[in-house]
Ligand binder design. Structure first.
Ligand SMILES: Nc1nc2c(c(=O)[nH]1)N[C@H]1C(S)=C(S)[C@@H](COP(=O)(O)OP(=O)(O)OC[C@H]3O[C@@H](n4cnc5c(=O)[nH]c(N)nc54)[C@H](O)[C@@H]3O)O[C@H]1N2
Ligand SMILES: Nc1nc2c(c(=O)[nH]1)N[C@H]1C(S)=C(S)[C@@H](COP(=O)(O)OP(=O)(O)OC[C@H]3O[C@@H](n4cnc5c(=O)[nH]c(N)nc54)[C@H](O)[C@@H]3O)O[C@H]1N2
Ligand SMILES: [Mo]
Length: 701
C-alpha cells in the first residue's frame, strides 16, 4: 500500500485474512511493518469496502449494475466521444493505489496508446515534479547518489522519511533502524524543515526556517561553499558548466541575508555548509514534498541538487553499485553526467499554463481547466484508477466543478470516495492480497538494494462480489472498442481473457529474470552479481551539469531584487500563519481513511499549532478554528504540536468530502485543497501550484 513495500506474512483461514505480521526473512524490511500496513484484515474484510459495480441513476443515487452492462454503456459512450472530439478527449488518471499495481500501471499506457490519446495524468505532476525539472535543466549523474549506508553526511530538505518511508533509493522500509545504524557508523545529518520532525530528532544540525525559503537557504549554502573554495574543483572542471556564473548568481545571498529572509541563525547556516562540504567528500541531499510544494520549488530543487554537484557527491568510477533491479534491463553504470535535455523547450505550451506535457504526462494542475475549457483537446471522458482527485488535486472547488461537467466519469476504487461519488460508473477492484503482483518499479530502483518478489493472490475476492482486477476494465473496454492492443511489446489478443500472471510475465520483456524464476523463490529475489558491478569510467561523449542556466539565474536575480517582507505588527497579522504540508503516519494519502481500525485512531485531519501561538491567540487544543486563505476557507480542530516553528501551522491533505460542511468535519476532516488555487500561484514549466507555505489566518470558530 506504499512505496516501502515491506514484506509481510499473512495468516489465512477459510479464504479470509486473519493475521498479518512483518516478514523477518525479508532482506529489506527484515520484519519491519508499520501500523497502516498491518490493517489488512479490516481493509479487505471491513464493512466500508464497496463490492459491486455501481451506476449513478437519474436522481443521483448510486445503484448496482451488472459489470458487463456498465462496460457496454461506457464503451458506447467513449466511441461516440472519440468519433466527435477525437481520442485526446478521453483522459486517464493514475493515482497512488494504481502505482502499486503493476498490471494496472502497464495497462494504462497500453490502453491510451491503442486509443491514440495523449491525455495521461498522474499524481507525479502534483508531487515532486520539481525533481524532473531539476534533472532536465541541471542534468543528472549516471551512477547516482551515494547511498545512505555509504555516505558521511545527509542534507535533508522538506522530507520526513521516518514517517513517509519515501526518500526513494535512500530510506524507504525500516527507515529508523537504517538511519540509526548509519548514525552509529558516523553519518552526520542536517535537516532543514519548519517542523522538528521525527527525522530532525536524529539531526546533528537542524535548521528550522520559515517555509518557502529553501531556494534562499540553498543559495546561501552554495555561496559559503564556493566562496571558500570548498567545492570539488577537480570534479567541477571535468563535469560542470557554469560554476562561475553560479558563484555570481548566489553572491547576494550572504549568511546574514539568508538568516534574515529565512528566519534562521547565520552561524547555523555556516555550520551546515562546513559539515556538508568540508567535513566530507561523501554526502547526499534528499528533498521531499516540503521543497516541491512551496513557491519557487523548481528553483529550490535546482539549487539543492547543485550542492551535490559542486561537492562532487556522487558514486565514482570503481565504486560498487547496489544490486541490479531484476525487473529492469541490464545497465552499465558510468561516472559521468547525463546531459540536461530541457525537453519542454521543444514542446508546445499547454493551452492552460505550463508545458503541454512532461515526460509523457500532462500536468495535473491543468486537468480541471482542460475539462472546463472548450476548444480542441477539451476532455469529455475521464477514467480514474486508484486516485481520489476530487480531494487530492489542488483547487478542489474547480476540480469538483470539472468532474461534474464531464460527459463520462469512470472510477475504479474500493470505496465510495469523494471522487467515486461524482462518477457515472464505479468499479470495485481486487485489493492487494487478492491479486498477483510485483513491486513497483519506475526505471530506477526505489530501494537502496534492488529486489523483487512475486506476491501471489493469497485470498479470493469476497463471494458474491463484482470485484475485478483494475486492468480488466481497460481490457474489456479495448475489446468492445475493437482496439489493437499491445502488452510487453507484443500484440495482445483480446478474444481471450488472460490471467494476471500471464500479463505480469509479458510485462517483464526487459527484465533480467523471468516470472518463472522469480516464482521459484518464495521470498525476495536479488540479481546478485559476484563480484558486484562497479561504476565504470566516464564515457567520451558524456554531458556536463549546467548549474547556471539562464532561466535559473534570472529567477535567482528576481528573488535577490525582492526585499523580504517586513514583519507585520497589527492584530490581523497576529493570526497570520504559513500552512505547510505533512503526512499522517497511519494513512497513505486517503488510502486507509475508510479502514475502521485506522479511522478509530484518525477520525479527521487536525490543524497542528505551536503551543506559544495558541497562547498568543488565546486558543486551546481541541478548539475549532476557521482557516482562511486568500482563495478559500475551511474549519479544523486544533492539535498541539511543539515541534512546529512559531507562525507555522500544518495539516494533512486529501481529507474532506464534497460538501466540506463544518458539521461533518469530525467524520470526514477538511480539505486543504480548498485553500489552493491552481490558476494564481504556480511554477513555470510544470504548473506546480502553491501547496505548502500558504499564507492563512486562523481564528476561533
Ligand atoms: N504515512 C504516510 N506515508 C506516506 C504518505 C502518507 O500520506 N502517509 N504519502 C506518500 C506520498 S504520496 C509521498 S509523495 C511521500 C512524501 O514524503 P515526504 O516528502 O517525506 O512527506 P512529509 O512527511 O509530508 O514531509 C514533508 C516535510 O516538509 C516539511 N515542509 C513543509 N513545507 C516546507 C518548506 O517550505 N520547506 C522545507 N524545507 N520543508 C517544508 C514538512 O514540515 C514535512 O516535514 O510520502 C509517502 N508516504
Ligand atoms: N494540498 C495537498 N494536496 C496534495 C498533497 C499535499 O501534500 N497537499 N499531496 C499530493 C501527493 S504527493 C499525492 S501522491 C496525491 C495523492 O493523490 P491520489 O492518489 O489521488 O490520492 P489518494 O488519497 O492516495 O487516493 C487513493 C484512492 O485509491 C483508493 N484505493 C485504495 N486501495 C485501492 C486499490 O487497491 N485499488 C484501487 N483501484 N484503488 C484503491 C482509495 O480508496 C482512494 O480513493 O495527493 C496530492 N495532493
Ligand atoms: Mo505523493
Amino acid at each position: 500500500m506504499c512505496i516501502a513495500a515491506c514484506g509481510v506474512v499473512l495468516t489465512v483461514d477459510q479464504g479470509r485474512i486473519i493475521g498479518i505480521r512483518g516478514d523477518r526473512d525479508h532482506p529489506i524490511s527484515k520484519g519491519y511493518a508499520c501500523f497502516k500496513g498491518l490493517q489488512a484484515v479490516d481493509a479487505h474484510h471491513g464493512a466500508s469496502r464497496q463490492l459491486h459495480t455501481l451506476q449513478r441513476a437519474a436522481d443521483g443515487a448510486m445503484q448496482r449494475v451488472g459489470t458487463d452492462a456498465a462496460l457496454d454503456d461506457i464503451a458506447a459512450r467513449l466511441a461516440a466521444i472519440i468519433a466527435r472530439d477525437g481520442p485526446d478527449a478521453v483522459a486517464l488518471f493514475r493515482g497512488t493505489a494504481a502505482f502499486h499495481n503493476s498490471t494496472a500501471f502497464r495497462m494504462h499506457g497500453e490502453f491510451l496508446r491503442a486509443l491514440g490519446s495523449s491525455s495521461l495524468y498522474t499524481t507525479l505532476t502534483i508531487d515532486q515534479s520539481a525533481k524532473y525539472i531539476a534533472a532536465g535543466r541541471l542534468g543528472s549523474w549516471h551512477a547516482g547518489q551515494v547511498h545512505v549506508d555509504d555516505t558521511e553526511v545527509l542534507l535533508v530538505f522538506g522530507c520526513n522519511p521516518l514517517v513517509s518511508h519515501s526518500a526513494g533509493g535512500m530510506l524507504v522500509s525500516d527507515p529508523t533502524r537504517r538511519l540509526k545504524a548509519a548514525r552509529a557508523r558516523g553519518l552526520k545529518i542536517i535537516v532543514v524543515d519548519p517542523r522538528q520532525t521525527e527525522t530532525a530528532h536524529h539531526a546533528d544540525i537542524f535548521l528550522q526556517p520559515l517555509p518557502g525559503q529553501d531556494h534562499v537557504i540553498a543559495a546561501g549554502l552554495l555561496r559559503l561553499i564556493l566562496e571558500s573554495s570548498r567545492h570539488d574543483a577537480a570534479f567541477c572542471a571535468q563535469h560542470v558548466e557554469g560554476v562561475e556564473a553560479l558563484r555570481r548568481a548566489v553572491d547576494p545571498f550572504t549568511p546574514e541575508e539568508v538568516a534574515k529572509r529565512a528566519g534562521i541563525d547565520a552561524g547555523a547556516l555556516r555550520a551546515a555548509a562546513d559539515m556538508f562540504a568540508l567535513a566530507s567528500r561523501r554526502g547526499a541531499v534528499i528533498t521531499g514534498t516540503g521543497t516541491s510544494m512551496a513557491p519557487r520549488s523548481n528553483l529550490a530543487e535546482h539549487l539543492i541538487q547543485c550542492l551535490d554537484v559542486v561537492c562532487g557527491h556522487f558514486k565514482r568510477a570503481g565504486e560498487p553499485m547496489p544490486h541490479h533491479d531484476p525487473l529492469q534491463p541490464p545497465v552499465t553504470w558510468h561516472a559521468d553526467v547525463v546531459a540536461p535535455t530541457r525537453p519542454w523547450d521543444k514542446l508546445p505550451p499547454s493551452r492552460i499554463c505550463g508545458v503541454g506535457h512532461l515526460y509523457g504526462e500532462k500536468l495535473t494542475a491543468t486537468l480541471a481547466d482542460e475539462i472546463l475549457t472548450p476548444g480542441p483537446g477539451q476532455i469529455k471522458a475521464l477514467i480514474v484508477d486508484g486516485a481520489n482527485i476530487a480531494n487530492s488535486v489542488p483547487d478542489k472547488a474547480r476540480m469538483l466543478a470539472a468532474l461534474r461537467s464531464l460527459e463520462l466519469l469512470v472510477v475504479i476504487d474500493p470505496h465510495l470516495s469523494t471522487t467515486a461519488e461524482e462518477a457515472h460508473y464505479v468499479f470495485s477492484p481486487k485489493l492487494q492480497y487478492e491479486r498477483d503482483d510485483l513491486p513497483l518499479t519506475l526505471g530506477k530502483s526505489l530501494y537502496p538494494d534492488a529486489w523483487t518478489q512475486f506476491a501471489p493472490a493469497a485470498i479470493a475476492p469476497p463471494a458474491g462480489s463484482d470485484v475485478i482486477d483494475d486492468w480488466q476494465v481497460f481490457f474489456a473496454l479495448a475489446r468492445r472498442l475493437g482496439l489493437k492492443m499491445q502488452y510487453g511489446g507484443q500484440p495482445l489478443a483480446l478474444d481471450r481473457l488472460p490471467s494476471s500472471e500471464e500479463l505480469l510475465a509479458l510485462g517483464l520483456e526487459k527484465a533480467t529474470v523471468t516470472l518463472e524464476a522469480i516464482k521459484q523463490s518464495p521470498g525476495a529475489v536479488w540479481d546478485r552479481r559476484d563480484p558486484p558491478a562497479t561504476v565504470q569510467p566516464a564515457r567520451p561523449q558524456a554531458g556536463r551539469f549546467a548549474v547556471a542556466p539562464p532561466d535559473v539565474v534570472a529567477e535567482l536575480a528576481e528573488v535577490a531584487a525582492q526585499s523580504p517582507p517586513e514583519p507585520a505588527t497589527d492584530d490581523m497579522a497576529k493570526a497570520a500563519f504559513h500552512l505547510i504540508v505533512r503526512r499522517m503516519r497511519d494513512v497513505n494519502g486517503s488510502i486507509g481513511m475508510e479502514t475502521e481500525s485506522i479511522r478509530q485512531r484518525n477520525p479527521y485531519n487536525p490543524l497542528h499549532m505551536n503551543p506559544a501561538d495558541l497562547v498568543r491567540l488565546g486558543l486551546a487544543a481541541g478548539q475549532r478554528v476557521h482557516i482562511r486563505a486568500q482563495y478559500g476557507e475551511i474549519v479544523a480542530i486544533v492539535k498541539l504540536d511543539a515541534t512546529l516553528r512559531g507562525g507555522v501551522v500544518s495539516m494533512s491533505h486529501n481529507w474532506g468530502r464534497a460538501d466540506n460542511e463544518p458539521a461533518s468535519y469530525e467524520r470526514h476532516g477538511a480539505s486543504t485543497n480548498l485553500l489552493v488555487r491552481n490558476d494564481r500561484v504556480f511554477e513555470s514549466i510544470n504548473a506546480m501550484p502553491r501547496m505548502s507555505a500558504i499564507p492563512v489566518t486562523t481564528q476561533a470558530f
